[in-house]
Design a protein around this ligand. Structure first.
Ligand code: VG1
Ligand code: CO
Length: 544
């Protein structure tokens, strides 16, 4: 038996997992004992069972390899029988979810701060996923946080670093470490889900695309699947090598950080499809030639056409969306006669619905879409489903969008982010909104009349757990809406998110400018919340 070393420690403040794991500056994670305390707290509270397997991988950002080596030694000391690690320490978030499920692991540590920038002065993160492959639910993250506040030791063994770059099996203490190809299992799964033959056919007859991997984790996945298995030309995948600092950019697939792709798609000679993914590969951006598809619309359009993909034929049971996501998907659910679910922000809230077979496809306005094939949102999956639909229907993105709106109407939508504002101001703004709620119904803001206003609370239909205070909703007569939330993924100050939505029925103007269509909602948001007064800002930092 290898000797287990018990290292005395004291708690760090603030090791509270947010919307998607614990995210802090790299400098915070580099403090001696910081990552170890958190990982030990995970190991102390999660269910492992006998001869447990742990999956380990991350988005390749700066500090990834260091924490992987720490975690391997700690897993050995904590009684895991086996650890599966992606080669080079790499596993995209959806690939990690798949590996957990496929190899029946008890869970996994996903090292990522997603779309946040990387590098010595930027962000790092650790998230624990449970045996179903999904992010730990609130009951588990709450227990982990409680444990971090009383932890007094962490366990490790004395062992050399593992060579992460060579696929194979090594022993660390009494534990088996398998370095696995991070791409193969995932690429095989995608081939099972989608009509690759149909996609190959349109590619062969001239369909073109550009995929911007943003120097983040999806490069190797996209190259294998798009250029390797589907026959797209070499060079279709750009920024395809994962870099520790993402080339100094935000690996955030939106119109600001993927501007080059956007400009290409709006210009002369654009390919048929433009797509991008984020740091850890769970988000997606979809742009057709001359047509950006909002993530909320993408969810609705994918759900409406999911029958085109072989693995989903005849098995759509329900559609789930996070509360701030537009109601476009609800209209599709209604038309298809399946239930629509509205959950709090964060993928962990979809897990129970997917496990119970109540929902097949889920999505968030923040560029996340996914299905019951894994328990995470999945960037490349969304891109492949789009490709599958376009190939089978032989239609352009723009024509598909227009036909969709002509049938269901259009939910004009935008999110305004006020980043790095003072926490006091942000909290005061939300508190003032709470106080106002009861008096809002009936009040008029320009042409808008408040129908209902509340603080969103969710009761999970599967386990009955309640999650309160998940954002403030102000619903106007006619289906338009303003939502206010504070971000749970930031690492500096507070970020206020204001979500704006205006529904136009099929008889209305379906091809107007989004900013124009949301003027009334933007003015109402300022009037109701006093954004300038509480934050000192007169305009958002980022509009997506
Ligand atoms: C944001 C998004 C949310 C998403 C989360 C994690 O959270 O709004 O929809 O699930 O990021 O995505 P917040 O609390 O900052 O609004 V990722 O791609 O960072 O794993
Ligand atoms: Co992400």
């Amino acid at each position: 038996m290898t000797e287990i070393l018990s290292m005395p420690t004291t708690p760090f403040d603030g090791q509270k997992p947010g919307t998607s794991g614990l995210r802090k500056k790299v400098k915070v994670f580099q403090q001696p004992g910081y990552a170890e305390n958190f990982i030990q707290s995970v190991f102390d509270v999660v269910e492992k069972g006998e001869a447990a397997t742990l999956v380990l991988g991350g988005d390749g950002r700066f500090h990834n390899r260091t924490v992987i080596q720490q975690a391997i030694r700690m897993a050995a000391a904590n009684g895991y029988a086996r650890v599966l690690v992606g080669q080079g320490g790499i596993l995209s978030t959806p690939a990690a979810s798949h590996v957990i499920r496929k190899y029946k692991a008890s869970g996994g540590l996903v090292l990522s701060a997603s779309h946040n920038p990387g590098g010595p002065d930027e962000d790092f993160g650790i998230k624990y996923n449970i045996a179903n492959g999904g992010p730990a639910p609130e009951g588990v993250t709450g227990a982990i946080h409680a444990r971090t506040q009383e932890i007094d030791r962490w366990l490790t063994i004395a062992a050399q670093d593992v060579d992460l770059d060579t696929v194979g099996i090594v022993e660390v203490g009494d534990m088996n470490v398998q370095i696995i190809d991070p791409v193969a299992d995932y690429a095989d799964l995608m081939e099972e889900l989608f009509d690759f033959a149909a996609i190959r056919k349109v590619v062969a007859s001239g369909f073109t695309m550009r995929f911007d991997a943003m120097s983040a984790v999806t490069g190797p996945y996209a190259k294998e699947i798009l250029e390797g298995r589907l026959g797209f030309a070499q060079g279709t995948v750009v920024n395809g090598t994962p870099l520790e600092d993402f080339g100094g950019h935000h690996p955030d697939p939106n119109l600001i950080h993927a501007k080059e792709l956007y400009d290409l798609m709006m210009g002369e000679g654009a390919p048929d499809l433009g797509a991008a993914s984020d740091g850890d590969g769970d988000r997606n951006l979809i742009i057709g030639r001359g047509r950006f598809i909002t993530p909320s619309d993408s969810l609705a359009m994918l759900a409406a056409n999911i029958e085109c993909a072989p693995a989903y034929k005849g098995r759509l049971t329900g559609i789930a969306r996070s509360m701030p996501t537009s109601a476009a998907a609800d209209r599709v659910a209604e038309a298809l006669g399946v239930p629509a679910f509205e959950t709090p922000t964060g993928w962990k809230f979809f897990g129970n619905l997917l496990d119970a077979g109540m929902a097949t496809i889920c999505g968030e306005e923040s560029a996340g879409t996914g299905s019951d094939h894994v328990r995470e949102k999945d960037g490349l999956w969304a891109v492949l489903l789009w490709l599958n639909i376009l190939a089978v229907r032989d239609i352009s993105v723009d024509d598909l969008a227009k036909a969709h709106w002509a049938r269901f109407g259009r939910n004009y939508y935008a999110r305004h982010d006020y980043e790095g504002i003072e926490k006091e101001g942000a909290d005061a703004l939300m508190a003032a909104l709470m106080d106002e709620l009861e008096a809002l119904p009936g009040q008029e803001f320009g042409d808008l009349v408040v129908e209902e206003a509340d603080s969103f609370s969710y009761t999970d239909p599967v386990d009955g757990s309640v999650s309160a205070n998940q954002g403030i909703r102000i619903l106007f007569v006619g289906g338009s809406r303003v939502v206010f939330r504070l971000s749970g993924t930031g690492t500096a100050g507070a970020t206020l998110r204001v979500y704006l939505e205006n529904y136009v029925p099929p008889s209305g103007d379906l091809d107007a400018e989004t900013g124009e269509m949301l003027k009334g909602q933007i003015a109402a948001a300022e009037a109701v919340a006093g954004i300038a007064r509480f934050t000192g800002r007169t305009a958002p930092d980022v509009i997506t």
